[in-house]
Design a protein around this ligand. Structure first.
Ligand SMILES: Nc1ncnc2c1ncn2[C@@H]1O[C@H](COP(=O)(O)OP(=O)(O)OP(=O)(O)O)[C@@H](O)[C@H]1O
Ligand SMILES: [Mg+2]
Length: 324
């Protein structure tokens, strides 16, 4: 067995708000191997961004309370000081977001911002630093990197800015890159280029990637493993092939029926009836029970255990021997 590079164990994230306690992430576990590409999918509000921000400890606490373990190498990131965490963040594990303009400082040049990232974690001369930044801009497919080095964020297109963010994320040779909807703000051709770039970085540098996206088409093309989130839980995790060819969880089955394919493109797409439960008042038992056509009384009484079958994990009573 290859030791995973990242292990998330029983991660639970709650927010204490004036409306009450919200359970945004509810006891999730998963592992990521060196060089693996994991897709995290699920409807809006299912807890994907909260999960990724917890890994980098970017959630403000309070209101967030993060419990469980996030083990990178041999270190539980939830046990270390903020000072130690700073040496991990951006260095061993890093993240790119949906809107690159928000993460870039408009007042500094691209070159200055990228050089600062290097200086934060490593010592090198100004000349070496300049060279590394220019090389990295070239690696992520930015033409005329010497010119771009001197420009400000507003002088670049959205796609170029996202490439700069990827360059920034890669400058410290991270082991894990989390990409949270990295192409949502970009148009379709640019989206495809950015995805190609992520794929190339994964194959050339063996960076492990967690890709968060709504787009199941991107997931099908891009990742090795898929974790499906619903109301803060991972309801199913399996290889991309198993998820698409033989989904087991009723929610995954519904999710796949709701996307256009060559077969159903002319007919009506199916939707999953009912609504996602409120994270302020999760139902007892399985969080999906109010929408599930297979529901039995056990589904409303007890939270289903996770059935592990090799690399495949399913959190559904139907897949246990107590189903009958
Ligand atoms: N600071 C906060 N206080 C209270 N609730 C929060 C806070 N941050 C996030 N949440 C809630 O946690 C839940 C999960 O949010 P999250 O951003 O992880 O969803 P998501 O799966 O990334 O959705 P999307 O696909 O829309 O990005 C949501 O219901 C959200 O409203
Ligand atoms: Mg999100």
């Amino acid at each position: 067995m290859i030791k995973p590079i990242l292990t998330v164990e029983n991660l639970t994230v709650t927010f204490e708000t004036k409306y009450g306690k919200a359970v945004a992430v509810n006891d999730i576990s998963f592992t990521l191997k060196k060089g693996e590409k994991l897709g995290l999918v699920g409807e809006s509000g299912s807890g994907k961004s909260v999960t990724s921000k917890s890994i980098l400890r970017l959630l403000q606490s309070p209101p967030a309370k993060v419990e469980g373990k996030i083990i990178l190498g041999d270190t539980n990131l939830l046990d270390i000081s903020e000072k130690e965490m700073r040496s991990y963040r951006g260095n061993k594990v890093t993240m790119i977001f949906q809107e690159p303009m928000v993460s870039l400082n408009p007042l500094f040049t691209i070159g200055d911002q990228l050089s600062e990232v290097i200086n934060l974690h490593q010592k090198c001369s100004k000349k070496q630093c300049h060279q590394r930044v220019v090389d990295m801009l070239r690696t992520v497919g930015i033409p005329s990197p010497e010119t771009r080095f001197k420009q400000y964020p507003f002088e670049l297109s959205g796609g170029m800015r996202q490439r700069v963010m990827i360059a920034m994320a890669l400058l410290c040779n991270p082991e894990v890159l989390i990409a949270d909807e990295p192409t949502t703000a970009l148009d379709v051709t640019i989206q495809a280029q950015i995805m190609d770039l992520l794929r190339k970085l994964n194959s050339d540098f063996n960076v492990s990637i967690i890709l968060i996206t709504h787009d199941l088409g991107v997931v099908a093309e891009m990742v090795d493993t898929v974790a499906v989130m619903y109301a803060g839980s991972i309801v199913e995790k399996a290889s991309v092939r198993e998820i698409f060819c033989d989904p087991k969880h009723p929610y995954t089955q519904g999710l796949l029926k709701s996307i256009p394919t060559m077969k159903n493109v002319e007919g009506d797409l199916e939707t999953i009836e009912g609504n996602v439960p409120s994270i302020y008042k999760l139902p007892s038992g399985c969080a999906f029970n109010n929408r599930c056509k297979y529901k039995k009384s056990i589904c409303t009484q007890e939270i289903p255990p996770t059935t592990v079958n090799g690399e495949r994990w399913i959190k559904c009573w139907k897949c246990t021997d107590r189903w009958g």
